[in-house]
Design a binder for this molecule. Structure first.
Ligand code: F3S
Length: 291
């Protein structure tokens, strides 16, 4: 069996940056992260061992601790409350998410009705909504867009991990609901690149393995893109791999979500190699995942 890897897979710039900031912070002070730093249980456990505890509210943080804001970002009230409580903030919000937050705030200040396309329960979307103020509306589907009334000025933004095609479809529908529509395509390149690489690879292999957190939106999206073309398995760790999956495959593809560290990808590779040694005909593994 020939195994190919996606050209782009694994940690994105924003997640790598947030982890580096967290690790540097805990070297010099006690630190907590506001929610799990990334959507990857194994990484969160590793950070806990380094001394970074996860808190779900400011009341759980102490004044002498650094509060790390993860790459998803938060609403402005979190900074305000932290300042009031004397809590030092280490802001690891991804600069691309920050851009979306600022565009949301700016659009709302101009009096535009702000629409955020994404999962309204996702912390990134909740953060962006916070910057846009109480009027902002989160939507996820064309059907939800269809139900909107008409506005004179609409501004639409995307959660950074949105599928470009579904965002485009929603934008088309929104054109029917606004005299003036301003489109801020805030979809992150890292996501689009990973999705494109995964789609291309899934189109030419018999089976795809997607490595990443099951609670990670971008990992699940990668898996759903791959599943459109071929049999796809989403795993969090190498232990979940089963030799049976590959019994009839001549080619296999491997990709990983933006919150999957290299060491987990490496473990998957090793386990695959072991399966290979146990009697499967896996001819070539191409290691060396890139950003
Ligand atoms: Fe940032 Fe894009 Fe990653 S928005 S956190 S670089 S997926």
């Amino acid at each position: 069996m020939i195994v190919k890897r996606a050209d782009k897979a694994g940690f994105c710039f924003g997640v790598k940056r947030a982890l580096d900031m967290a690790e540097r912070t805990v070297e010099t002070s006690s630190a907590v992260s506001f929610g799990p730093l990334i959507h990857n249980q194994q990484v969160v456990q590793r950070l806990e061992k380094q001394g970074i505890r996860v808190v779900n509210g400011l009341e759980e943080a102490k004044a002498d601790q650094a509060l790390i804001i993860r790459s998803h970002g938060v609403a402005p009230r979190v900074y305000e409350e932290a300042e009031k409580e004397g809590i030092k903030v280490v802001d690891a919000t991804c600069p691309f998410v920050q851009k979306a937050q600022h565009l949301a705030a700016e659009s709302a200040q101009k009096g535009h009705q702000v629409i955020v396309v994404g999962d309204k329960l996702h912390p990134e979307v909740q953060g962006i909504l916070g910057w846009a103020g109480v009027q902002a509306i989160p939507i996820q589907t064309v059907e939800e867009a269809r139900e909107l009334p008409a506005y004179s000025n609409l501004a639409v933004l995307a959660q950074t991990t949105q599928l470009a095609a579904s965002f485009a479809e929603i934008v088309e529908e929104l054109k029917q609901h606004a005299e003036h529509l301003t489109v801020h395509d805030t979809i992150c390149n890292a996501t689009a690149e990973r999705q494109k690489a995964a789609r291309e690879l899934a189109g030419i292999v018999d089976i795809m393995v997607v490595v990443g957190g099951r609670n990670s939106a971008n990992t699940r999206k990668l898996a759903s893109i791959c599943a459109e073309s071929t049999k796809t398995y989403l795993i969090e760790t190498a232990e979940e791999l089963e030799a049976d999956w590959f019994s009839e495959a001549k080619t296999a593809g491997l990709t990983a979500g933006a919150s999957t560290p290299d060491w987990i990808i490496e473990e998957v590779f090793k386990k695959m190699s072991e399966i290979n040694e146990d009697g499967m005909d896996m001819a070539s593994w191409d290691v060396g995942f890139q950003e």
